[in-house]
Every structure is written in structure tokens, then in C-alpha cells.
Design a binder for this molecule. Structure first.
Ligand code: NAP
Length: 229
């Protein structure tokens, strides 16, 4: 079993950082000498193998919730998949060498961490991580946490259950594609309908319109972007 002492952690790491808010295209820079985040006793240090960006990162950079945000400089990124390289004194769930993934920011817009996941190393409370399933690559695992939490919470809040219908607009997007899969595989409630071409074309033309099927026992999904053009 690997221990903390087996792992060499550099004192300076590479990270994507913005020193002021604005369009990420203009303000996001790769900085070669960011300090490694210190871990608290309930945290672990993760060496990132893959990280993901979500719309919230873009909105955050633009200053959409600057009144509840950390002050720049900010390393963006909520999602990470990587390897545990250091464990806090009170962290018991993981050991050095474990492959983990998660959304490291518990409350998305309420003082999110200044040091996010677009860095070689990131500090995160162990309760926010899970072991990475062996059948997922790091990239696949990093793509999931925030989007699937959003999808799951949406279905829960909507009281979705067997016997109900669901229309998913933006069904090929990050959240939408997961709503469809959760509805089918976890909530066990979905029987996707294959739309006839005229209806597909109508949907393509009228994005946002909801259709209701004549047969109320059908469960159906309208993946707005899966309609071939
Ligand atoms: N990702 C997250 O973790 C997360 C968390 C909380 C909230 N949200 C919010 O959830 C929304 C979706 O996020 P996402 O990550 O799934 O984004 P995404 O991957 O960019 O997906 C957005 C989807 O919406 C479709 N779309 C865009 N404009 C549309 C319109 N006018 N009518 C119908 N469909 C339209 C897009 O289709 P095209 O590609 O064809 O344009 C795409 O399939 C965003 O508002 C985001 O802020 C996301």
C-alpha cells in the first residue's frame, strides 16, 4: 500500500488561473508556479488526471455571482478525477493511491473554492469524493459529477417516478443526456419514443415547444440536439 511518504509532491504546480473576472478567452492563463493547496484535516490532496468545465465556470468567470464568490485569483473547475496523494489527519475514507472522482465544490455559487480543479493538484473534502469505477476512464469520470448531480436533483425535485412522462429539452447536452440515462436506468421510468421525421423536423424548427403524446401511458423524451439536421 502506498503511503504519503512514497509520493513526491512538488511545491509549485501548473494551474489555469484568472487574476480578474472576464471572458475566460481573455483572462484565463496557464500559470507554471502556483502553490500546492494545503489540505485541511478532513481533506485529501488529489493529483488530477482529468478535470471538466461546466457552464457555471464560465458564468463565474464573467462575474454572475461575484457577491458570493471567492476573490480572484481563481483556479476554475468543479469536477476532477485523479489519484489521492495525501490524506488529512481526520480523513479515513481513502488512502494514498486511490483513484477517485467528484465535484469538489459543495455549494456551487456560495463561496466556491478559490482553487478549483484545473490544476495539477487540488484539495477536497473526502466526503465529496467517491472511488472511480474501474470501468470508467479518468476523462469519463471527470465529465460526470456536477452534471449528474444536477440531473439527479432535477428528477428528484420534479418528483419523477414510474408512470410519469418527461420531456427533456437539450437532451444531448451535458445535463440533458444524463437526465435521459438516469430516468431510464435509475428511475426506471422511461420508454423513449422514436419520433417520426415530420415531428423531428417540427421540433428542430421550434426548439422549446413541448409536445404531448396522445397515448398518456407512453414515456418519452425529446432530445433537442439529437434531431438530425
Ligand atoms: N453542467 C452542469 O453541471 C450544470 C449544473 C447546473 C446547472 N446547469 C445549467 O443547465 C443548463 C444546461 O447545461 P449543460 O451543461 O447541459 O450545457 P450543454 O452541454 O451546453 O447543453 C445545452 C443543451 O441545450 C441545447 N440548447 C441550447 N439552446 C437551446 C434552445 N434555445 N432550445 C432548446 N435547446 C437548446 C443545446 O443544443 P445545441 O448544442 O444544439 O445548441 C445543448 O444540447 C445550463 O443553463 C447550465 O447553466 C448545468
Amino acid at each position: 500500500m502506498a503511503s504519503d511518504s512514497d509520493v513526491t509532491i512538488p511545491s509549485k504546480i501548473k494551474a489555469w488561473v484568472y487574476a480578474e473576472r472576464g471572458n475566460p478567452v481573455d483572462v484565463l492563463k496557464l500559470v507554471p508556479d502556483v502553490g500546492v493547496p494545503e489540505i485541511k484535516e478532513d481533506q485529501v490532496l488529489v493529483k488530477a488526471v482529468a478535470a471538466a468545465l461546466n457552464p457555471v465556470d464560465f458564468k463565474r468567470a464573467l462575474g454572475f455571482f461575484k457577491h458570493t464568490d471567492s476573490l480572484p485569483p481563481i483556479v476554475p473547475g468543479y469536477d476532477v478525477a485523479g489519484v489521492v496523494v495525501k490524506v488529512g489527519d481526520q480523513a479515513k475514507k481513502f488512502k494514498v493511491g486511490d483513484e477517485v472522482y467528484g465535484d469538489i465544490i459543495e455549494k456551487a455559487v456560495d463561496h466556491p473554492k478559490q482553487h478549483g480543479t484545473l490544476a495539477e493538484y487540488t484539495a477536497v473534502e473526502e466526503r465529496l469524493l467517491a472511488l472511480k469505477p474501474k470501468n470508467l476512464s479518468f476523462v469519463e469520470a471527470a465529465s460526470l459529477p456536477l452534471a449528474i448531480e444536477t440531473a439527479y436533483e432535477g428528477l428528484e425535485r420534479a418528483g419523477f417516478s414510474p408512470g410519469k412522462s418527461i420531456l427533456v429539452l437539450g437532451g444531448a447536452g451535458g445535463v440533458g443526456s444524463l437526465v435521459i440515462q438516469l430516468a431510464k436506468e435509475v428511475f426506471a421510468s422511461l420508454k423513449p419514443l422514436r419520433f417520426p421525421w415530420p415531428l423531428k423536423l417540427l421540433m428542430k424548427a421550434s426548439r422549446g415547444l413541448a409536445f404531448r403524446l396522445a397515448n398518456p401511458s407512453s414515456f418519452w423524451v425529446a432530445p433537442a440536439v439529437s434531431v438530425p439536421s
